[in-house]
Design a protein. Structure first.
Length: 67
């Protein structure tokens, strides 16, 4: 599955790399929301995907912090 591979890649990254990935995902989400508000976004399901990716990144960060 695609999501399992994504999570495995996240688990292999360091805390700094995860934070950079989180910032990039949040910027992407902001841009998608802006495009959606101005009716420029074609694929609205991308917003949902990015939100889930942000949650996955935050989960991996929390797991590393607790370990």
């Amino acid at each position: 599955m695609k999501t399992n591979k994504f999570v495995e890649e996240l688990k292999a990254k360091s805390a700094n790399e995860l934070n950079e990935e989180l910032v990039a995902a949040k910027k992407e989400l902001f841009n998608l929301r802006f495009q959606n508000a101005t009716n420029q976004l074609d694929n609205t399901s991308r917003i949902k995907d990015v939100r889930k990716n942000i949650a996955r990144i935050q989960t991996v960060i929390a797991e590393k912090a607790n370990a």
